[in-house]
Design a protein. Structure first.
Length: 141
């Protein structure tokens, strides 16, 4: 029923994330999803380097979950049109690369997934910085 943490810093980090989610606008939430996917992908890369296969599998599963059930699930196909469909295909490709990296211990696949996620996050940061977009997101909440 209650989450257990191995350290007080883990509990603090969890509360910090939950507080950030509750206070975030839609653009900030997407940036948080990108951050989570990037951290999980980096953890998978590190686990591969240290040959910690269980940790690698957990990190890949977390990254795939964030990309699929967070980023891809948040796409609005009716409003986003072709761009939303292209992003969905790119998210599918990122997940495929993550799974390939896990299955074949392929560091290049992890690096490619991380690079793509980083580029998408950068683009999203630029969009979120556009005053017209920020204004529209605050009026739709």
């Amino acid at each position: 029923m209650f989450a257990t943490y191995s350290s007080p810093s883990q509990a603090y980090a969890r509360v910090d994330v939950e507080t950030g989610v509750m206070a975030a606008d839609p653009h900030r939430l997407v940036l948080m999803l990108f951050d989570g996917a990037l951290v999980a992908t980096g953890s998978a890369e590190h686990a591969l380097q240290t040959q910690d296969l269980p940790a690698k599998g957990r990190a890949v599963a977390k990254a795939v979950d964030i990309v699929t059930n967070g980023l891809k699930a948040s796409l609005d196909f009716s409003a986003g049109g072709d761009l939303a469909h292209r992003l969905a295909a790119l998210y599918d490709y990122i997940c495929a690369r993550l799974l390939q990296g896990n299955l074949h211990n392929d560091a290049a696949a992890f690096a490619e997934a991380r690079s793509l996620l980083g580029e998408l996050k950068s683009a999203w940061q630029e969009i979120a910085g556009d005053p017209a977009v920020v204004s529209a997101s605050t009026t739709t909440r």
